[in-house]
Design a protein around this ligand. Sequence first.
Ligand SMILES: *Cc1c(COP(=O)(O)O)cnc(C)c1O
Length: 343
Amino acid sequence: MSIIDLQKENIKNLSPYSSARDEFKGKASVFIDANENPYENGINRYPDPTHSQFVKTILKKYNVLKKNIIIGNGSDEIIDLVFKSFCEPNKDNIMLFEPSYGMYKVLADTYGVKTLSSKLDNNFDIDLDNFFEVYNNRTKVIFICSPNNPTGNLLSKNKIIEILENTNSIVFVDEAYIQFSSKKGVLDLINKYEKLIVSHTLSKFYGMAGLRIGLGFANKKFIDILYKVKLPYNISNFVLEEAEERLEDDFYINKSFSIIKSRKKLVKDLYKYSFIEKVFLSEANFLLIKFKNANKVFNFLKQEGIIVRDRTKLYNCQNCLRISIGTEFQNKILLNSLEKYKE
Ligand SMILES: *Cc1c(COP(=O)(O)O)cnc(C)c1O
């Protein structure tokens, strides 16, 4: 079955909105075809729906072609576009792995699509036997978060390939944290597997969560479908120009690489506390930490003015808190506080 056949019935025959700039792309001296305000002020024109200028900057960093990319208002919008074009309400279901990122289920609930869940194994990797038990022939999208939030580890690429080879579903690999990791992820597979989509974001490693820019990568057939349902002007010119400038400035990138160093140091420093049972191996910019009594630590840190994420209620995360790697100064404040904690 091709990606074309997986579209929702109403999307198969949808003719997308055609903007003035879609209909005339050449050079001209007078543009009076889009009901824009004619007085040039830097922002009176509509943005380019394919974000061509910005995509050129992205292509310098990625070994893909323009036809393989779609830009979203955050990678959450890339997830949204997949639901919008493929998931038939009250019929299809999606699959995710637990514990993982909360947004997949929220969007499934929003679109009236059931969520099936496969449990990650004790190393927080995919359990293929459990996966194939839960999977069924109405599973339209399988969400795989790697490195996984909140556990921090990569999921095994071979198992992801097994899933691609043995299902008829879209496989959505969310690589929001991949730049913090020692491995390359699965981007190299997008032209081999038609049903694979990979999302990246400028929100984490690139430090631009406030701008809202996400990147979707897939083969051309897949990207063309997402373009049918994407709102044409989903990102503003201001935002794209700001992002371009910062992407080309090594100052920000070097700071992000220092987070990887701080992560290694923080893991070592945390292990000297007897009230910490385990610091899970992380390939991201956060650590999942298992305490003897997570609630007590959480409340203690809160009193100290330090807010961490309570993950104790997620599957297999009893007594676990998630802590983002801070600046060296912030990490020191955290350690100084833990020094004062009494079991
Ligand atoms: C933070 C995060 C994102 C990023 O979402 P944006 O909309 O791009 O800011 C995506 N997926 C996961 C798993 C995340 O943790």
